[in-house]
Design a protein. Sequence first.
Length: 380
Amino acid sequence: MKIKSFEDLIEEVHKKGICQQCGGCVSFCNSMDYDVIGYREPNSPPEFINEENCLKCGICYHICPQTHVLDYDLNRVFNLLDFSSMPLGNTSKIYSCQSIDFDLLRQGTDGGVVNSLLSYMFQENLIDGAIVAKTKAHFSREPFFAESKEDLLGTSGFKLGISQQLDEVQKRHSYSSSLPELNKHKFKKLAVVGTPCQIYTIRSMQNLGIIPSQNIEYCLGLFCYENFEFDQRKVEKFQRDFNIRFEDIEKINIKRDLIIQLKGDKNRGSLIHINFEELKDYMRPACNACSDFTNVYADVSFGGLSSPENFTTVITRTEKGRQLINEVIKRRIISNLDLDSETEKKMKDLLIAYSVSKMARKESFLKNKFGPVNEVKSIV
Ligand SMILES: Cc1cc2nc3c(=O)[nH]c(=O)nc-3n(C[C@H](O)[C@H](O)[C@H](O)COP(=O)(O)OP(=O)(O)OC[C@H]3O[C@@H](n4cnc5c(N)ncnc54)[C@H](O)[C@@H]3O)c2cc1C
Ligand code: SF4
Ligand code: SF4
Ligand code: SF4
């Protein structure tokens, strides 16, 4: 039987417009130093660079989040085969947390919890570095390798400090194709912060025992309903549609919708909320073909949805993740709200509602684009 390889990814994923640009295929293939595939254009699917060097090993096809080849194996490892884990995944505990560190909280997207954990891990030598993403401009992020708390403070939140960068960015993507960054640091102990599509690819690499995933100690997963992309035309349309000038934006966040804080509104008195339904023109098309909202394959997942302002919702999933969160709470690196069972249930219900909505969006997208789907391979 022919092993499917990158040419099949082109046919089955790229040409169908569902490549999530996680960068996993490039990351693995380039770790072998053959320069077979790569990006000819930024923020577009990878392409053959030196096709003649392709070994047709098929690993790129196997680890791609859009081929679903390893769904069963991953679901077994992460205890997701049981239907009762639908659709939130293996949720060992749910918390609402906030950083104790004032700077990380102030700079944080929500409760500054992700960066507080990373900072703790640096301090305790649990990791040598972390693959994160740095804000270049509003709705524009790029991969970044952080090695200290100071590095993290420079990446935090959806905030932009240097406004002149606005003019330099013609194309903006809130998504950051950070996995190829792994190759530059493959001999270090790493944590990776990523969206569900990225964490899936890392887990697939780990499942196959392939580089550069061997030294990833922690997968910290962000909730993700969708990502956005803008060219100049869309920036102008967005500004007209919502009567917001990009240069007036202080901070952007995503929870149950897109939240915009304008400059000068320090008390966050008039936050602007834009429903995901109204943002269809700005969404990355491939995000339509994605169903995991809460990042079910992460060690710990993080989002703003279902927690109060300036708190992060934290879901522990693996034993390693559970121990990490217990430790940082015990050591007062982060604080957590004492959630009664009714509040916890409300939080879960809201997270389930968003997860179900994302799954329904994928189903309807695939049905409209490719006809009825008979086989449901994935639980998420
Ligand atoms: C594109 C995107 C979509 C999201 N969608 C939702 C949503 O729909 N609902 C919801 O509740 N929450 C969503 N989140 C998560 C939420 O915005 C916060 O990131 C999360 O609550 C953690 O907040 P924090 O204050 O604890 O993190 P912080 O302490 O501020 O740390 C955040 C860390 O994440 C890193 N980071 C940010 N973006 C990326 C990225 N694209 N790739 C890799 N690393 C990154 C930063 O560099 C930083 O290290 C989304 C996040 C992103 C990036
Ligand atoms: S060498 Fe292997 S991983 Fe690289 S493109 Fe070819 S099939 Fe994919
Ligand atoms: S592995 Fe990621 S970047 Fe590569 S084809 Fe699949 S979705 Fe696209
Ligand atoms: S919705 Fe989020 S996780 Fe899914 S493909 Fe888009 S960026 Fe990746």
